[in-house]
Design a protein around this ligand. Structure first.
Ligand code: NAP
Length: 205
């Protein structure tokens, strides 16, 4: 099995790459500094990357930025970045990747539990995560030949929360988070979100 992994060098992406390789998946890693580069904020960059890629069995995205600030302090740039990067970047990765995903293949996008359990300063992240979930639920209806789409909603990863000064108990490691991506890849779910085991919002376990 061959998978494109966008954001392969990140906190979550590097753990996902490690776990999937252990399961025998061939990983093609991409990010803004890979060779060739891929910038999900640029539709032209996505198209150029796909043009040289060929066919894969999975397109996984663990990249995408969104503004983190209180409502009154969000700048126009914060709002625009959130939509252009984490939301439209992943939507365009799906749209432009349709002809590059083999029948039976899967798109796996990254949202986050802030769609369900927001904290102060996370309105843009919640907007994007919720939008990705709704997009996937509807896009699943348009996919053909057994192709699937899944949004993984990770909880805060322990090291990321520590860096952001967020103190919450029992947060998962990046390696624990990666297991949700394997579940999305190895399972049969489409259109419905996947959570890290033990970290689903109430009523979603
Ligand atoms: N870590 C958490 O606690 C957590 C929790 C819930 C959800 N999430 C979500 O998970 C995703 C990954 O988070 P992370 O903490 O792993 O991020 P990270 O450590 O900052 O890594 C981001 C990865 O994406 C790449 N990247 C960044 N911007 C890109 C772009 N425009 N086009 C292509 N690649 C790009 C980076 O490489 P380059 O800089 O070289 O491009 C890097 O490989 C984000 O969407 C985040 O919102 C994270």
């Amino acid at each position: 099995m061959k998978a494109l992994l966008v954001g392969a060098t990140g906190t979550i992406g590097s753990a996902v790459a490690r776990l999937l390789r252990q399961h025998g998946v061939e990983i093609i890693g991409a990010h803004r500094k890979s060779a060739p580069p891929l910038d999900i904020t640029s539709p032209a960059s996505i198209a150029a990357f796909y043009a040289q890629l060929g066919q894969v069995d999975a397109v996984i995205c663990t990249a995408g930025a969104a503004g983190f600030n209180s409502l009154g302090k969000l700048s126009d740039e914060d709002v625009e970045l959130s939509v252009r990067s984490k939301l439209l970047g992943q939507v365009n990765l799906v749209r432009k990747g349709l002809d590059h995903l083999n029948p039976g293949g899967v798109f796996i996008l990254t949202g986050g539990v802030l769609a369900y359990s927001p904290l102060p300063k996370t309105s843009m992240i919640a907007l994007v995560n919720g939008g990705l979930e709704s997009f996937a639920r509807a896009a699943a209806l348009d996919l053909t030949d057994g192709r699937r789409i899944v949004v993984v909603h990770p909880d805060w990863v322990d090291v990321t929360a520590a860096k952001a000064g967020v103190q919450l108990p029992n947060l998962p490691t990046a390696d624990e988070t990666a297991t949700a991506y394997w579940q999305a890849l190895d399972g049969a779910t489409t259109g419905e979100p996947v959570f890290v085991a033990g970290h689903a919002p109430r009523g979603k376990a």
